[in-house]
Design a protein around this ligand. Structure first.
Ligand code: NAD
Ligand code: ZN
Length: 371
């Protein structure tokens, strides 16, 4: 299966399916400016798939270098990024060298940004290995790193030349990571595709259990949705691309409160955040209560933590509505301190608003904390 991302002059394909990890070289070779790539991966993914990706390039006559970074968000720190750039330069790349991001969203964001600035810009290819990266972060061209002021505050819009999503690599992904990625899959149904949401309700469990055909379908639909939105609003200059932030205002606050650490994964926060966005929509009389219930029930049924008391690990006792609202204001998507929400008139009917009164948000948070 192939999904095309249409961008004037810089369009690219997303190849999706089983076994593609062994075909990365063949798929990429015709697109390379020169037969030289450097594969960037992390310490978990490289031992699992690094050899196979390298072999696929060598078979296609491409010279392969390799750089491995520690697994986890810490590799997106400023200092870690500096070390990566020096390691990449040690390999003597030139402007025709292509970087290959082999890993989850961390490796993808990091490698994409490295490609944007290495020698003032070299090509890069995404080989996403988490469900989250396959359906979200590898598509759309947002790349970046973290600073002590927050996540992804330094970065670039920089599109890959190709994305290769092998559905089989998800078999080695920890269940919690898989579930977290599923929240972003379901998000596309909730944003503007009620038929896909119905499909998720019926097939989500099978996707998570490893049904290959359903996995491919879920990833394809997700990539189509994201590609369509990105093509219409590449640089998030209108509210269209902002719809992709459904659940992210609440989710970001939950993540900030748990330190963006292993206590609460991004996708878990988004799952909880989407239930809160629908609950707030229902509370404000914008959306049928039955739709908000469906969201909570499905995400809960597949195993996502949708109740505040069930999330946050060691920090879970500390939920505080004031602190959460403070984090929402600090979100880089908040304009001039005004809270920005994606709310819903129903499943598949979302919109962006900056006109929500804080007391309503506070009441909702208090109720969610008490529930
Ligand atoms: P991640 O990259 O940290 O991967 C999660 C964990 O799974 C890591 O330990 C990794 O080593 C391991 N892993 C990856 N693939 C595996 C596999 N196939 N088998 C076994 N283990 C595997 O996290 P993520 O959830 O993929 O990505 C999160 C990052 O993505 C965050 O930094 C976030 O800011 C970013 N993000 C970016 C965008 C964007 O548009 N650029 C969108 C959403 C999220
Ligand atoms: Zn997200």
């Amino acid at each position: 299966r192939t999904v095309r991302v249409d961008l004037a002059g810089r369009g690219y394909d997303i190849a999706i399916g089983p076994g593609l990890i062994d075909r990365v070289g063949t798929l990429a070779a015709p697109l390379l400016a020169a037969p030289r790539v450097i594969v960037v991966s992390d310490e978990t993914v490289e031992p699992l798939y690094g050899r196979r990706v390298a072999a696929s390039f060598e078979k296609a006559g491409v010279k392969v270098g390799s750089v491995v970074v520690p697994a986890g968000e810490s590799s997106k720190e400023f200092g870690a990024f500096g070390r990566l750039m020096n390691t990449l330069l040690d390999a003597r790349p030139d402007r025709k060298t292509t970087l290959v991001a082999l890993g989850g969203g961390v490796v993808g964001d990091l490698t994409g940004f490295a490609a944007a600035v290495l020698l003032r810009g070299v090509d890069f290819i995404q080989v996403p290995t988490t469900l989250l990266a396959q359906v979200d972060s590898s598509v759309g061209g947002k790349t970046g790193i973290n600073t002590r002021h927050g996540k992804n505050l330094i970065g670039a819009f920089y599109q890959p030349r190709l994305v290769v999503a092998d559905t089989d690599v998800l078999d080695t992904l920890p269940r919690r990571e898989l579930l977290a990625g599923y929240a972003e899959v379901a998000k596309y149904g909730l944003i503007d595709d009620p038929a896909f949401w119905d499909w998720c309700e019926a097939n989500g469990a099978a996707v998570l259990a490893g049904d290959a055909a359903k996995r491919s379908y879920a990833i394809e639909q997700s990539c189509r949705a994201k590609a369509r939105i990105v093509a219409a609003d590449e640089r998030e200059t209108t509210d269209l691309r902002a719809l992709l932030n459904l659940g992210h205002t609440f989710g970001h606050a939950l993540e900030a409160e748990t330190g963006f650490g292993p206590d609460l994964l991004h996708g878990e926060a988004v799952g909880a955040g989407m239930t809160m966005a629908f609950d707030l929509s229902a509370k404000l009389g914008l959306c049928p209560a039955a739709d908000a219930r469906r969201v909570r029930e499905h995400l809960g049924a597949v195993g996502l933590p949708v109740r505040l008391r069930s999330i946050g690990g060691s920090n879970r006792r500390n939920w505080d509505a004031d602190k959460l609202i403070e984090h929402m204001r600090g979100d880089k998507k908040a304009e001039a301190g005004r809270l920005t929400f994606v709310l819903a008139r129903g499943i598949g009917k979302t919109f962006v608003t900056r006109d929500i009164d804080e007391p309503a948000v506070r009441e909702l948070l208090d109720a969610a904390i008490a529930a």
